[in-house]
Design a binder for this molecule. Structure first.
Ligand code: NAD
Ligand code: UFG
Length: 337
């Protein structure tokens, strides 16, 4: 199949492009490189020994998008492109709503025009807001607490309305938990353009000597050691979840949401300890105040993805730490190096 991957030069998109090519799909990538990297695409070609078309273009540009659909025989779309920083979304909400929501609207309008009705959308565990219970099932209340999460929920709702209007669409909403890790080649990985907001990229930058010390946000959460608990999932497992979702959207019609996580919650201190043991790197840290907007515990009930998608994460926390470190050690300055 020929898959259009929006945001394919980003962290999760690049790992998914690699898996798609490895199982014999053809891909076309659109990315404006606002947070992605051309070097990631070069490395995907190098690893798979396959070429593909890349359009350095913006999803908001309808004319360009139409050109892409008219030049390529697209069968399905995997839609990663979007802005993803919770903090930034609070500071510049209109930019987030415009980029994420308008971008998706333009994409869907173009798909409709070219009769492409198969889509996988990158949603987020952020749509659950502050969960009442863990593990979180897909039918838990949806109540995001920041503009970023609201863009994801609004897009989910737009896609549901689209399906109601035309039952020939096949759409899968994937709610990712906390993706970390990197491809085991150490050639592609996460490359934050600024000081990392997320835990694992911060840890790896401390390990490689780019930052002095990790700040652990909060020590009085209602968890086994007082630090926040999350469901970390290896990015390659996550990428493989998209192959399963692709099988579903191409063989059926409908719209459904799936949690992609491991179902296991680890605390910040668990992750630090595991990282230190696996990589033999010392991670100096200080326990400090809570980060506004953070929650105690967030981990997935993954039964639905297991049963209906036939997908299960296979990599453990050691794999995630080992692969994150290999990527950072081999690329201390990310793709720039
Ligand atoms: P990323 O920033 O690495 O990748 C997103 C890509 O989209 C970037 O390469 C960026 O340049 C591109 N992009 C953004 N706006 C665009 C536009 N208007 N036109 C064209 N390209 C555009 O992020 P990621 O971690 O790979 O995340 C991929 C998707 O998964 C995002 O939608 C994100 O919200 C979602 N998600 C990520 C996480 C996470 O922790 N990484 C968790 C849950 C959901
Ligand atoms: N943390 C620290 N120090 C840091 C960074 C994070 O202690 O320097 C802690 C946080 O307080 C939290 C845990 O590490 O307890 C994980 O934080 P991340 O920032 O890595 O991840 P979040 O769970 O806050 O959010 C991430 C993405 C969201 C996404 C969500 C669920 O940033 O976009 O996972 O998928 F929605």
């Amino acid at each position: 199949m020929n898959i259009l991957v929006t945001g394919g030069a980003g962290y999760i998109g690049s790992h998914t492009c690699l898996e798609l090519l490895n199982v014999g799909h053809e891909i076309v990538v659109i990315d404006n490189l606002s947070n992605g990297n051309f070097e990631a695409l070069k490395r995907i070609s190098e690893l798979t020994k396959k070429d593909f078309r890349f359009y350095q273009e913006d999803l908001l540009d309808k004319t360009t998008l139409e050109k892409i659909f008219s030049e390529n025989n697209i069968d399905a779309v995997i839609h990663f492109a979007g802005l993803k920083s919770v903090d930034e979304s609070i500071k510049i909400p209109l930019h987030y709503y415009h980029n994420n929501i308008t971008g998706t609207l333009v994409l869907c309008q173009t798909m409709k025009k070219y009769d492409v009705k198969k889509m996988i959308f990158s949603s987020s565990a952020n749509v659950y807001g502050v969960p009442k219970n863990v593990p979180i099932t897909e039918d838990s209340p949806l109540a995001p607490i920041n503009p970023y999460g609201r863009t994801k929920l609004i897009i989910e709702e737009i896609l549901r309305d689209l399906y109601v209007s035309d039952n020939s669409w096949g759409i899968v909403l994937l709610r990712y938990f906390n993706p970390i890790g990197a491809h085991e080649s150490g050639r592609i990985g996460e490359d934050p353009s600024d000081i990392p907001n997320n835990l694992m990229p911060y840890i790896t930058q401390v390990a490689v000597g780019k930052r002095d010390k990790l700040k652990v946000f909060g020590k009085d959460y209602n968890t086994h050691d007082g630090t926040g608990v999350r469901d970390y999932i290896h990015v390659v497992d996550l990428a493989k979840g998209h192959l399963k979702a692709l099988e579903m959207v191409t063989s059926t019609t409908g719209i459904d949401a799936f949690n992609l996580g491991t179902g296991i919650g680890y605390s910040v201190l668990d992750l630090i300890k595991n990282y230190e043991n696996t990589t033999s790197q010392k991670i100096p840290y200080t326990l400090t105040h809570r980060r506004p907007g953070d929650i105690d515990k967030c981990y997935a009930d993954v039964n639905k993805a297991n049963k209906k998608l036939g997908w299960k994460a296979t990599k453990n926390l050691e794999d995630m730490c080992k692969d994150s470190w290999r990527w950072q050690k081999n690329n201390p300055n990310g793709y720039e190096g």
